[in-house]
Design a protein around this ligand. Structure first.
Ligand code: ZN
Length: 165
């Protein structure tokens, strides 16, 4: 069976930057399971997997625009603490995230706090992998039709997928 929209796909993968720095990998015996065609994996990878079948190996280079976006220096900001509502200030610790508008484009971005110093919170709306060209090595482990429940929920169920309690 070939990978197509609304099929559940299991993949083993390794991903590194163009400089060869390892970024992430699936664990042996624990493939990533996702519902194809829903934007659950980055676009450049999802497009490269279309039409492939179990057992196929795919090496694909994904440019930033098809991955985690171009690096945008405008999204690295120092925000004075008194610009935040009072009850929020105590929550501004490294790693905390919040939604805010892009400084000039008006679109919404997710910002992560990196440090709080000298009365300002230093935050970035860039994904840590923004601006990076990524090299994926993928082996397709399984392709199957999604169940009715999976289609109505918009995600894969079962081992490696979504679990409901
Ligand atoms: Zn579900």
């Amino acid at each position: 069976m070939q990978i197509a929209a609304n099929r559940v796909v299991s993949i083993h993968y390794q991903v590194a930057t163009a400089e060869g720095e390892s970024v992430d990998a699936s664990q042996p015996g624990e493939p990533l399971v996702y519902l194809h065609g829903q934007g659950q994996i980055i676009g450049g990878l999802e497009r490269a997997l279309l039409g492939k079948a179990a057992g196929d190996k795919v090496a694909v280079e994904v440019a930033p625009k098809d991955g985690y976006g171009e690096y945008d220096p405008e999204l690295d900001v120092a925000v004075p603490l008194d610009a935040f509502p009072k009850d929020l200030r105590a929550k501004l610790v490294p790693g905390a995230q919040f939604h805010a508008e892009h400084p000039t484009k008006g679109t919404e971005a997710v910002f992560t706090v990196h440090k709080v110093e000298g009365g300002s919170a230093y935050c970035s709306g860039n994904h840590p992998l923004a601006g990076k060209t990524l090299q994926f090595k993928v082996e397709i482990a399984d392709v199957r039709d999604a169940t009715k429940d999976e289609l109505s929920h918009g995600h894969a169920h079962g081992p490696g997928g979504h679990h409901h309690h």
